[in-house]
Each structure stands twice: as structure tokens, then as C-alpha cells.
Unconditional design. Structure first.
Length: 409
């Protein structure tokens, strides 16, 4: 089964291991990192129902149906469907009280939406380093950073260096692997900070049996086309807090006061409600979530086996108390010398590009992007190092078909 591995494994050797999962590719048939799949699902009939009934926009039966299905999967008391994950984050930050000129603590290693949603409210990202195990925010570094720069004034927390209020923490569950969220929430409680979990990538991921997004005050999910399941574009806010849920429903629907015929809006709201046509697609996808989770477990396990005996790299694993949805499989170069590791990951990326395999480096850390380079931050050594060591491998659920008759679990 396994190729005979030379002592000094090359980028091409690594690609041939990856290829046993992806199968062949070519210039005209690129293997994508993660692609949606609708064949064999109810997507066509549910969307057709919207078209035939004319209910394609911000009201209709599929939206509440979809919210109910998300609540079932996550065991959240409340689920509110909105236009995308970025807007879900912005709404969640707004209702916990993030205001212009506040600082919001978050990892620098995330998709740019985490920082953008904060900026859309006029607030400022404050970056905290990650721990290499989960790639999520490090609770010890978070606490140390607050000890160094924060003080209470009149019951509120302020950054002594910038004079700004610090009001919220946004941990991110990277690639569907739960962060050290329990410890992070303890630090939040100690410093009297709200927690909004960016669980955009973590539908179907649990820690100690609790779904990601339900440890803090609110959590958000994304249903963008590249996530584990999709609504085309969409997001959901999940929470057990009835007051937050009510408030989000109100301001995401133009703050319209219920009335049979009059149009009265009692504050400045947003138009963030998920359209019915997207929710219909979402219902057809969430019906097959268990199948996708199973397929992703097989893919992750197969990659893990492929790299089990390779010294230079390892497949990143969730912690033992976690159940991961395995959204994107991540490969870490392990060389003690970070430059050697970085060179290997670059060589793999370049060779993969030539072969029509879509691999991806980690996101450029947010504090290195032009618009966020002046934001306050802890030391970000782990972030920089891990970003140079890790690449993502093709992880579409439908790749399980290539695993053939191998017995891997
Ligand atoms: C996808 C994603 C988002 C944003 O979701 P959209 O639906 O694309 O707006 C936010 N945070 C993280 C970590 C994501 O991966």
C-alpha cells in the first residue's frame, strides 16, 4: 500500500501520499480544497418549492425550519438564521455591548471576518497568541496579557496603554477543532468579559459533549459554500440566552415592531435575515450532516494513517475531550528548525499548484494585514511559527469515495 519512503522525504513524496486520498487531478480537473455537493439530496425539490410558491426572500417556512434543525443538531435553545457568518458575528458582538472604540480580544490566526465584524462596529481587534495544540487562543497568554495591560475602572475593564475599554473575547474554533474554550471562559469570568465564539467552522463539533458556540454568551456558525454544509451563503447565531436571541431577531429584521399592516421600526436595525431560498438549501444539507461528518472522519483518519510514520510532518488532531467535525485537514511540518519546516511547506504548496491539487497555507495572520497592523497585541510567536508550518489538505466529504476498500477505523 504505502510507497517505500526514502530517508529524506521530499515535497513530491508528500504529494503522492495526499494523492491516495484525492485521486488524480490535471490542469482541467483541479482537486478543490473543499467543495459543496448537492447530488442525491432534497436540495432540488426544496429550492423548487420556494420558486413555485414565490417565497424566495426574507419570510417563508424554510427559515424557521432551518433554525429548528440547527437547534436540534447543536442543542442550542435559540438559533437565528442570518445572511452570513460575518454578519452573525457583528450582531452577536453588538448585543453583548461591543461599542465604537472598544477593544475585542481575538486570535490573530483566523479568517479575516473575525476582525472585520469587530471593525464594522467601530471596535478594535486586540490580538492574543494561540497555543499550538488546538491552534485556538491560549488561555494562559490571554490571562497574562490582561494582567499586564488591563485595569478595572468603575466596574469596567480598560486597557491602561490605550485608554480604551475592553469588552469582549472572541475565541475561534479553527478547522472545526474545539479551542480550550472552558479555560478561556474562566479567564473571561475573572475579567468580567463577554464571550462570543466564532464557531463558523465548527458545526457538528463538541467539547465535553457541548456544541461549540454554547460555552460563551453567544456563538456563530457559517454556511458559506466552503463550510461543512452550505446555504449558498448564510450564518446562524446560537445561544441559550433568550434575551440575546430576542434582541438579535429584532435588530436583524430592520427592528420592525409586529403589526398586521403598519410599518413601525423602533430603532436602527439591519437587514440581515436569511432568505427563504437559502434556508431551503440549508435544510436539505443539514439532513445529510451526519453522513458528511462520518465521511470526514474517514478522510481525516486516512490522512492520519498516511502520515503516521513520517517524521517530518503530522496531521493535526483534536484534543481527547473533543469531537471535531474535521472541517479542514491540517498538516504540520515538525522539523525543530522552523525555517526547514517553512521551506518544506512552501515546496509542497508549489508542487501541488503545478499538479492541480488545491492545498492552502494558513491565513496570513491578521496583525500582518494592512488594516490591522497597528492593533494592540500580545506577543504572537506561536501564531507566526504555526502559520509558517501548517498547510491544509483537500478535505471535501465526497473524497471518501477514493478511499476504496481500505479498512482504516
Ligand atoms: C467562514 C468564516 C467566517 C465568516 O463566515 P461567512 O459566512 O463567510 O461570512 C468567520 N470566521 C471564520 C473563522 C470562518 O472560517
Amino acid at each position: 500500500m504505502k510507497p517505500n519512503l526514502p530517508m529524506q522525504i521530499t515535497a513530491l513524496d508528500i504529494l503522492s501520499l495526499i494523492r491516495e486520498v484525492t485521486g488524480p487531478s490535471s490542469n482541467t480537473n483541479v482537486i478543490p480544497l473543499h467543495e459543496p455537493c448537492f447530488q442525491g439530496t432534497n436540495a432540488f425539490s426544496y429550492v423548487q418549492d420556494c420558486l413555485e410558491s414565490g417565497w424566495v426572500s426574507t419570510s417563508g417556512k424554510w427559515v424557521s425550519e432551518f433554525e429548528g434543525l440547527v437547534a436540534n443538531v447543536t442543542h442550542a435553545e435559540h438559533a437565528i438564521a442570518v445572511t452570513n457568518g460575518t454578519n452573525a458575528l457583528r450582531l452577536a458582538l453588538y448585543v453583548v455591548g461591543v461599542q465604537p472604540d472598544h477593544e475585542v480580544l481575538m486570535p490573530s490566526l483566523s479568517f479575516v471576518a473575525t476582525a472585520n465584524a469587530t471593525s464594522h462596529l467601530g471596535a478594535i481587534p486586540h490580538f492574543i497568541d494561540i497555543e499550538p495544540n488546538t491552534l485556538g487562543m491560549d488561555p494562559l497568554i490571554l490571562d497574562a496579557r490582561l494582567t499586564e495591560i488591563a485595569e478595572f475602572r468603575g466596574g469596567f475593564l480598560f486597557n491602561k496603554e490605550t485608554g480604551r475599554r475592553i469588552s469582549c473575547i472572541v475565541p475561534v474554533h479553527i478547522f472545526g477543532n474545539p479551542a480550550e474554550i472552558i479555560s478561556i471562559c474562566k479567564v473571561a469570568a475573572k475579567w468580567n468579559l463577554k464571550v462570543v465564539e466564532d464557531s463558523a467552522e465548527a458545526l457538528g463539533s463538541f467539547k465535553n459533549g457541548i456544541h461549540c458556540g454554547l460555552f460563551g454568551d453567544l456563538g456563530i456558525l457559517s454556511f458559506n459554500g466552503n463550510k461543512i454544509i452550505t446555504t449558498g451563503g448564510g450564518g446562524v447565531v446560537i445561544t441559550d440566552n433568550a434575551d440575546y436571541a430576542k434582541r438579535i431577531r429584532h435588530i436583524s429584521c430592520t427592528a420592525k415592531v409586529y403589526h398586521p399592516w403598519q410599518f413601525i421600526h423602533d430603532e436602527i436595525g439591519w437587514n440581515d435575515r436569511m432568505p427563504n431560498i437559502n434556508a431551503a438549501l440549508g435544510c436539505s444539507q443539514i439532513e445529510i450532516l451526519d453522513t458528511k461528518l462520518h465521511q470526514k472522519r474517514l478522510i481525516h483518519a486516512f490522512y492520519k494513517k498516511q502520515f503516521a510514520n513520517i517524521e517530518q510532518c503530522e496531521i493535526i488532531q483534536p484534543t481527547s475531550d473533543s469531537f471535531s467535525n474535521n472541517w479542514l485537514v491540517a498538516l504540520r511540518m515538525c522539523s525543530a528548525n522552523v525555517n526547514v519546516a517553512h521551506k518544506l511547506s512552501n515546496d509542497i504548496l508549489a508542487a501541488a499548484y503545478d499538479q492541480g491539487l488545491q492545498l492552502r497555507p494558513l491565513w496570513t495572520p491578521l496583525h500582518l494585514l494592512a488594516m490591522y497592523q497597528n492593533c494592540p497585541r500580545s506577543s504572537l510567536c506561536n501564531t507566526i511559527e504555526q502559520a509558517s508550518r501548517i498547510i491544509n489538505l483537500p478535505s471535501s466529504p465526497q473524497l471518501y469515495k477514493n478511499l476504496g476498500h481500505t479498512h482504516i477505523l
